[in-house]
Every structure is written in C-alpha cells, then in structure tokens.
Write a protein that binds this ligand. Sequence first.
Ligand SMILES: [Zn+2]
Ligand SMILES: [Zn+2]
Length: 165
Amino acid sequence: MSGQEAELETQGHLTVDVARLDKGGEWYEGETGPDALDLGDSEFVEPVGGIVYALKVEIAGTELLARGEVRQRLRCVCSRCAATFETEAVDTEFVCSVEINALTDFLDLTGEMREAIMLALPGYPVCSEACRGLCLACGANLNTAVCSCRKKGENGRWAALGALE
Ligand SMILES: [Zn+2]
Ligand SMILES: [Zn+2]
C-alpha cells in the first residue's frame, strides 16, 4: 500500500456502512486516527500514527465478519539497553464478528482492531534479540562499549551475573 493511498482513506475510525455493504463483501483499507490506541500508562511502547488495516468485510447470517490484517507502528524503548527503536505490532490473521440485525446501519470496528493490536504488543520490547543491555555495574551500553567491569574473555551475560553478586 502506498503512503498516498493510506492518506486518502485515513479516517478517525473504521466504520462499516452495513446497510449498503455489497452482498459479496467489500474490502476496507485505510488507517485510523493516531489516537485509536492510547497507551498512556506504558513507559516502553508508544504508537506512531494510526492502526493500518486491510480487511474483507462481509455479512454472514446474523453476523458481520471482518478478516484481514491490522498493523501499527510503534516507538519502543528497549527493556535491556533503553535505546529507542521503531517496530510494528501486526496481526496478519485478524478476525472479528459482530452480531447485527435489520436495524444495524453503521458498525465501528475500531475497538476490535485495537484489541488485536494490544495482544500483539511486545511486553518487554528489545531492540534486537542479541541486545546485550546495560552493564549492571557501571551502566555502560554493552552494545557499543566495553567497560572495565567485564573481564576479558567473558561474554555479556556472565559479566552481568557477576555484577549482581
Ligand atoms: Zn537494546
Ligand atoms: Zn561496567
């Protein structure tokens, strides 16, 4: 999806026009407003932009069914070394169904997408699986520095354990 395309279809919420939905289903693509995911109390993860979605929406009996992909860019603080980095929370198998009836005209699926993103959030984000974190003794970033707390020939993990004792 191009950035321009996303911008054209940007709206605050994903609202499905149920009353006029094509019988064969319709694709909904776009991006929610940046405030769709509020993680005000998180010190490690902050959303960047809105939730980007590409969903096939159709009516199945008494339910509205939406399937596809939701993703959101995140700015995270590495829980090991405190570096800031960007990543994405992605659910490539997003599915939700909502009960509808003859009176349902519009349906807001933003809340369902928000839940999927919440589940995909990293609990303890790391900038890289190989991140060596900070020296527990002197606070040096062991990804970029070799501090004198570490003895030659030891790797970062053992040095950190040693520093705990
Ligand atoms: Zn890190
Ligand atoms: Zn050190």
